[in-house]
Design a protein around this ligand. Structure first.
Ligand code: ATP
Ligand code: MG
Length: 593
């Protein structure tokens, strides 16, 4: 099959020498400079011809792997009515992340941020028996989210392309099988997309549900932090890490707690210094991990209700906003500010202790502890009056809380929840998320089928996403060098970049002939046929654009050769003119999978 070549003289493309001002990450800089995308508004981009080719290549890979597991493609509108989202509570839960609009009659609509509701209703509409299941359906479509912080070009857009699929089964075993099939398809897909990735345990976020894993592209610049065990195969998004609780310690015989004056010690550092100066321990110096730090935040529920929350963590750990955020979703966290403190006179700022915290205590503020604060552990913590702390306050004996919360930061060297060995942290970009949704949406929207015994049963669902447009940026983030993009072959906007250099008519004739011969064999060619552009500029553009094979037609013709250069390795070789077509074809096919 012949593929028409793209000619640089007419291609709708301008490469830029300068980095765009707003771009922080290499992938963003290079995709703009090399003429793949143009910004329209924050988090909203136009796909130029080269960019669209790459996007279509990602879509093709995703589509092939979905089709291979028997999933069927369909397409829902992006413009959706409010009612189904009202039925599941997400019209409110999604809060400010939804783009909402009204039609001329004043009816509410939204631009779909994800499509669980629509898929569930479509199956309810058409199916009614266990015999119709299992079913997996998917779409590759634009999604809209009014992200608080659109970032890094395509990585976090407000309009972006997602593949979302959903599985429908009568029972848990069926759901597990559908989940496993998707997991297998994702592994193949991400292998083909050509970046390094890890599969990590995840939380299921606003969707609800149970088993859940994310596919993260490993990237220093990623927004997600994950941990992996240095000894076993445990890997998890930090949001999903469950800190192992040590066993409770018997506290009989522990000395009584005592309140001490600790003037000018509102921070953990000042407190530890004071303890070591005024109350030295016999066995070892005091450290931050001996203290219990109590932090107040404001939980803002969907709909706007504000609820204060106190969290107690060992003083050597900070609260991790993302971990905390994942715990309270769909609510959001805001700072507990001056005005909030003013409303709670029982709180001694800088000297807050468990005494004033808890639903039954003076403040009435819900109080949750880090899982490490088990019964029998003893702490130095605020005594609820300025410049005073209490030493030897024992959990379980002297104070209790309303529960535990996974909100403290996870650090390199922490204990692995699976094997007890050492965890290390790293960063990544979330590329895909698979999870067992269960019956939440089917229940909310009344999706039931008749089972073998003629009884109505609620269908169980899985939900599986891939960031298709994000993948373009994630691959660019992993595949570039100082000169430009270096596309893996399956994603490249063309198989070969033919560059004609010099002024000689003969060069252009030969390059055009080569381009046509390659096109006739189904090789896609980007042909730099510009007449008045210097070889230097053409080479720079070729490096910037990042097609994997660059073929240079120029001076070599005098001795009967054409040069093939590998963009990734920089390796060049001269090939006799009469062998060039075969050489290029085998280069293209040889490294293609
Ligand atoms: P994130 O945690 O990065 O906000 P999410 O958990 O909200 O993502 P999902 O709802 O699971 O995302 O969406 C499925 C996939 O869609 C994600 O794995 C990601 O690859 C992609 N995605 C989500 N939000 C965006 C966005 N704003 N821009 C581009 N891709 C996105
Ligand atoms: Mg997710």
């Amino acid at each position: 099959m012949s593929t028409p070549a793209m000619r640089m003289s007419t291609l709708f493309l301008r490469t830029l020498r300068e980095d765009p001002a707003e771009a922080e990450l290499p992938s963003h800089r290079l995709l703009v400079r090399a003429g793949y995308i143009r910004r329209v508004a924050p988090g909203i981009y136009t796909w130029l011809p080269l960019g669209l080719k790459v996007l279509r290549n990602v879509e093709r890979i995703v589509r092939e792997e979905m089709d291979a597991i028997g999933a069927q493609e369909l397409s829902f509108p992006a413009l959706l009515p409010r009612e189904p989202f009202e039925a599941t509570g997400r019209w409110t839960e999604y809060g400010e992340n939804i783009f909402r609009l009204k039609d001329r009659k004043g009816a509410d609509y939204l631009l779909g941020p994800t499509h669980e509701e629509m898929f569930t209703l479509a199956v309810k509409d058409l199916y009614g028996s266990y015999k119709d299941l299992p079913l997996s359906i998917y779409q590759i479509q634009l999604k809209y989210r009014d992200e608080a912080r659109p970032r890094a070009g395509l990585l976090r857009g407000r309009e972006f392309v997602m593949k979302d699929s959903y599985s429908f089964d009568v029972d848990d075993a069926g759901l597990q099988a559908s989940y496993d099939a998707h997991r297998g398809a994702y592994i193949k897909m991400f292998d083909r997309l050509g970046f390094d990735y890890v599969i990590v345990k995840a939380t299921s976020g606003a969707m609800g549900g149970s088993a859940s894993e994310e596919f993260l592209a490993t990237a220093e610049n990623g927004e997600d932090t994950y941990v992996r065990c240095t000894s076993c195969d445990y890997a998890a998004n930090v949001e999903a890490v469950k800190v192992p609780s040590p066993p409770a310690i018997p506290y009989d015989g522990l000395p009584a707690a005592h309140v001490e004056d600790t003037p000018g010690t509102p921070t953990i550092d000042t407190l530890v210094d004071h303890l070591n100066a005024a109350f030295p321990r016999a066995d070892r110096p005091w450290s931050a991990s001996d203290t219990l730090k109590n932090v107040l935040v404001m939980v803002v529920h969907p709909g706007g209700r504000r609820e204060p929350l106190a969290i107690g963590v060992p003083g050597d750990r900070e609260i991790d906003e993302k971990r905390l955020g994942a715990q309270v979703e769909p609510a959001e966290i805001e700072a507990f500010d001056e005005a909030d403190f003013a409303k709670h006179p029982a709180l001694a700022r800088g000297y807050m202790g468990p005494g004033a915290l808890g639903e039954d205590a003076a403040s009435g503020i819900r109080y949750l502890l880090d899982p490490r604060v088990v019964d029998g552990t003893d702490w130095v913590t605020g005594a609820d009056s300025p410049d005073r702390h209490v030493i030897g306050l024992v959990a379980g004996r002297d104070f209790t809380a309303d529960g535990t919360i996974e909100a403290a930061e996870v650090r390199d060297g922490d204990e692995c929840p699976s094997c007890g060995q050492v965890l290390e942290t790293a960063r990544g970009i979330e590329m895909g998320h698979i999870f067992q949704l269960g019956r939440k949406y089917a229940e909310a929207l009344g999706l039931k089928v008749l089972d073998q015994n003629g009884k109505l049963v609620t269908v169980t669902m899985g939900s599986y996403g891939v960031g298709v447009s994000r993948a373009v940026a994630a691959v660019a983030e992993g595949c570039h060098d100082e000169f430009g993009l270096v596309w893996p072959r399956e994603l490249a906007p063309a198989d070969v970049h033919v560059v004609a250099t010099g002024k000689a008519e003969e060069v252009f004739a030969k390059a055009a002939e080569l381009t046509d011969a390659l096109a006739a064999q189904g090789v896609s060619v980007l042909y730099d046929d510009r007449r008045k552009v210097s070889p230097g500029v053409k080479f720079k553009d070729a490096e910037l654009i990042g097609v994997p094979t660059i073929v240079i037609v120029g001076k070599g013709l005098e001795v009967g050769t054409i040069e093939i250069k590998d963009r990734a390795t920089g390796v060049r070789r001269e090939v006799p003119v009469d062998q060039i077509v075969d050489a290029v074809v085998s280069e293209v096919r040889g490294s293609a999978s």
